[in-house]
Design a binder for this molecule. Structure first.
Ligand code: FVH
Length: 302
């Protein structure tokens, strides 16, 4: 390395925003590696100190306590197990003047309460919901991103630094909205898993290769999911549930006995799809049947 290159490297490193990161679990370690690789001065703390050895070898400064770590940088990121671990870890720290970014998975009420808690301690607060698994962190082509909500000016000021580990999507000033987007998307994912589970169960006892079946199932889910969520969203936004209907609710409810009979024939429990069919039937009793499935959304609201 020439003297010139060394100077340049030092210069670039000193321009990068220093980051403090509390939590070096699977996700915290991936975040730490991404910021180190991008040249950010990084101070870390983990409850079990031994877990810091790997990132220390890559250039992170290891703080002896959470308070020392928080004191090291204005931008403080926490990625811990749950909301109570955040409260415990930050209990004896001075948050006055800090920009606290909480990437711990919580529910919306916890996120809002944590935002108020941070405000009372003199910190600006941004909540995050990570839509990625650790191997996707620091790999832009993997498509991972983080929902952020809370202090908009904090997000704008640190946008570049926050974009290092994964993409960023800011969803507004309400600190609970990142968690709500996160949970909404993950809930849809579990619904999709439930449908795929039922489909695999239907073919399980037959001479049908699940590996050959998988791309048929995956392609079908993809083909249906995009247009269907777009249509539902348009109808919810306009209130016109009968507009542009392709497959009427009446027709779909008429088909449900076929699905239930097939499950019975294949020796498969209807406990995954049965509740959804029950909601479809209830929706039909309250509508003309000319609409499609959007009315089920409203049936779920208490
Ligand atoms: N890993 C994943 O696939 C998902 C992807 C989506 C987002 N989640 C959320 O990210 C948070 C952290 O997850 P993680 O994968 O890093 O979790 P662990 O590997 O289990 O590490 C947990 C860290 O939390 C520390 N910790 C736990 N309790 C306390 C406490 N009372 N005080 C201080 N720290 C605490 C733990 O420390 P230690 O056990 O090593 O001492 C780890 O650093 C999480 O919200 C996911 O839902 C990840």
């Amino acid at each position: 390395m020439t003297a010139n290159t060394t100077d340049k490297t030092l210069e670039t490193a000193s321009e990068k925003t220093p980051v403090t990161l509390l939590g070096l679990g699977a996700m915290g370690t991936a975040l730490a590696r991404a910021w180190l690789a991008a040249g950010h001065p990084l101070t870390v703390w983990n409850r079990t100190p031994g877990r810091a050895a790997g990132v220390a070898a890559e250039g992170a400064k290891v703080a002896g306590s959470a308070a020392e770590a928080v004191a090291a940088s204005t931008l403080v990121v926490v990625c811990l197990l749950d909301d109570s671990s955040v409260g415990e870890a930050l209990a004896d720290t001075d948050l006055a003047g800090k920009d606290l970014v909480n990437l711990t998975t919580t529910d919306p009420a916890q996120a809002r309460a944590r935002a108020e808690w941070a405000r009372e301690r003199g910190a600006r607060y941004l909540d995050g919901g990570i839509m990625a698994v650790p191997p996707m962190i620091g790999v832009p082509e993997a498509g991972g991103y983080v929902f952020y909500s809370g202090a908009g000016e904090l997000f704008e000021q640190h946008r570049e630094t926050l974009a290092v580990p994964a993409g960023t999507t800011y969803v507004g000033e309400d600190a609970g909205h990142a968690a709500l987007h996160d949970v909404a998307l993950l809930s849809a994912m579990y619904g999709m898993f439930a449908g795929a589970t039922h489909a695999f169960a239907l073919i399980r006892k037959e001479n049908i290769d699940p590996v050959a079946f998988a791309p048929l199932l995956g392609d079908w889910i993809k083909a249906m999911a995009g247009p269907s969520v777009t249509q539902t969203a348009r109808q919810l936004a306009t209130g016109e549930y009968g507009k542009d209907v392709v497959s009427s609710l009446a027709m779909q409810v008429a088909g449900t006995p076929t699905f239930l009979a097939t499950a019975e024939q294949q020796g498969v429990s209807p406990e995954l799809i049965g509740p959804y069919f029950a909601l479809m039937r209830r929706c039909l009793t309250e509508s003309s049947g000319e609409e499609d499935l959007t009315g089920v959304v409203d049936l779920l609201l208490r």
